[in-house]
Design a protein around this ligand. Structure first.
Ligand code: COA
Length: 524
């Protein structure tokens, strides 16, 4: 039985964590709050999430991405980073929706807004999903302009992406509901097709205050950049609509005429629900990461028919590898069942090569403290064997998807396809922890380093304070909400939803033509 460190209260059960998650999702869905919502609606405008609902095909899923971006930042006054992104079905086609929330600081862009917008575009580009921009946006949030404007992956990068995707035949379509000012103006201006809503839609490179300051011209917003002017005079917009509802119907009509792009390839075999209920995961998965459990219990509640064909089950058993189907799509699963030894690492590398050769997408279920350390492990070549896993993860040509179902520490994060290894999508469970190492280990390392540099002259009170500070830092920074706020994942999802989320992800990549050139399978 694992010991709990004195001073650290044990984590709450998963059921309590799920309540917190739902509560936080509910809070951000309210946008900028009651007052701004009322002002928004009094202008005849629809709230951003309702716009999304109205646009999507009825009874189809919407995979919202990073709903808790910017959580805990800016005094929690920028819910969802002021933007809703996600994958949904419009006229039978999977599309990426990128929708500003004007009730959050006029839909202007903070650093996390930019990151979320760029991430949505990256996913769209990789899967060739048409991008639908629901524009209501005041451009860069000016007090944060140094974190939003100048660098490669700042606001400019989103326009670069738009131009490149359009040229690559991935449709870019905008509907302008409200302000599209400065940077915001380029979203429609660089789109293939633009719809504007009369009365509220505005596009201008500089709004009336800037125009007054720059060219001493006094002009109202509607004359300067209203929907009628842009559709009838400037030609920046292609379609003038009277209401938001009419605009959403027009957007659906445009998507309906896009041809084959975004159409989903059906699974090669009929989907089958797991024999074991995914709802049971809440009771099976311990939130104290030091409490071991069998990850095959998770897999059995995630895959079709609970059928899992294990690969090399009797070798390197701390890494479970095997074949299954999720919603009818074939997958190769790698899941941690303890610390990674050399045997587990080379088995993982071998398995990835098999999947790569057979063109089977990979699912990584991370719950990993890291690779084994110590003299025996080093003499056994853990550095080169773990590198083989990292190498094959990096070079696999098949789509990869990662779910943080527990700890994600150190090089274990790398070997199990952490963010740096470009999984197509990466989600976390609310019990996940992500950091170079756990708070306990970090405190030990940092205090030991300090002791060594002070060479016997250590002040024990100062060391104890350093220990406390390091633990507090690692506790705070490994929290999944800290991670998702900063877009280190694509969202926190519920364990019981994971199968459906992965099923949608697999459907998006199922029809792709893959690089099928020769690729050997080395027995490691
Ligand atoms: N930077 C900083 N703050 C901004 C902002 C921006 N680009 N755009 C909006 N805001 C803030 C407003 O100051 C206001 O803040 P407050 O609630 O703390 O007072 C809040 O967002 C809502 O803006 P408001 O103007 O009241 O909303 P609106 O719905 O009437 O108008 C816009 C929305 C986007 C049309 C309008 O705010 C606007 O034109 N913004 C400035 C655009 C601009 O010049 N951008 C240049 C960027 S490079």
């Amino acid at each position: 039985m694992a010991q709990t460190d004195p001073g650290i209260s044990p984590p709450p059960p998963l059921s309590a964590m799920l309540e917190t998650l739902r509560e936080r999702h509910g809070l951000v869905a309210l946008g900028g709050g009651e007052k701004l919502r009322a002002r928004h609606e009094s202008r005849g405008k629809i709230m951003v999430r309702e716009r999304v609902d109205l646009l999507l095909d009825p009874q189809t899923p919407f995979l919202e991405l990073s709903p808790l971006a910017a959580w805990g930042l800016y005094g929690n006054e920028v819910p969802g980073a002021g933007i809703v992104t996600g994958i949904g079905i419009v006229q039978g086609r999977a599309c990426m929706l990128i929708a500003n929330d004007a009730t959050v600081k006029g839909g202007s862009f903070f650093a996390e807004t930019v990151r979320k917008h760029l991430r949505a575009q990256e996913i769209a580009e990789e899967h060739r999903l048409p991008c639908l921009y629901l524009v209501d946006c005041g451009g860069a949030f000016l007090p944060e302009q140094d974190r939003v404007f100048p660098d490669r992956d700042h606001f400019g990068g989103s326009f670069y992406n738009q131009c490149r995707m359009s040229a690559a035949g991935i449709p870019q379509i905008s509907i302008v509901f409200g302000g599209a000012t400065a940077g915001g103006a380029y979203i429609p201006a660089l789109s293939d097709q633009v719809i504007m809503v009369k009365g509220t839609g505005r596009i201008h490179l500089g709004g009336p205050p800037i125009v007054k300051a720059a060219v001493h011209e006094i002009v109202d917003g509607e004359t300067l950049g209203g929907a009628e002017m842009h559709t009838l005079v400037s030609g920046v917009s292609d379609h003038l609509v009277e209401t938001e509802m009419e605009g959403l119907a027009k957007l659906r009509e445009i998507v309906g005429a896009l041809g084959e792009i975004g159409k989903i390839t059906p699974p090669p075999q009929p989907p089958a629900a797991p024999k074991l209920d995914p709802a049971e995961l809440v009771d099976i998965v311990p939130t104290d990461l030091r409490r071991p459990y069998d990850v095959r219990e998770v897999i059995a509640r995630m895959v079709d028919d609970s059928a899992f064909s294990a690969f090399k089950p009797d070798y390197g058993a701390t890494l479970v590898t095997g074949f299954a189907h999720i919603h009818g799509y074939p997958v190769g699963i790698l899941a941690n069942n303890g610390v990674l030894f050399s045997e587990s690492a080379v088995k993982g590398a071998h398995f990835i090569e098999l999947c790569d050769q057979r063109q089977i997408p990979l699912i990584f279920l991370q719950n990993i403290t890291g690779f084994m350390v110590g003299t025996e492990a080093e003499r056994g070549g853990i550095a080169k064997h773990s590198a083989k896993l990292v190498y094959t993860v990096s070079n696999a040509r098949v789509p990869k998807y990662t779910v943080l179902i527990g700890g994600s520490y150190g090089a274990g994060n790398y070997g199990m396809c952490g963010r740096g290894f470009r999984p197509r999508l990466l989600f976390s469970w609310p019990n996940a922890r992500i950091a170079t190492m756990s708070p306990e280990v970090a405190a030990t390392v940092v205090t030991e380093l300090r002791r060594q540099s002070l060479k016997g002259a250590a002040d024990e009170a100062a060391i104890a304070e350093l220990d406390r500070r390091t633990r507090a830092q690692f506790e705070e920074q490994s929290d999944p909400y800290y991670a998702t706020a900063r877009l280190w994942d694509d969202g926190i999802i519920e364990p019981a939803q994971t199968r459906d989320v992965l099923g949608l992800c697999l459907a998006l990549s199922a029809g792709e033509t893959r690089d099928t050139g020769p690729r050997p399978v080395y027995r490691m």
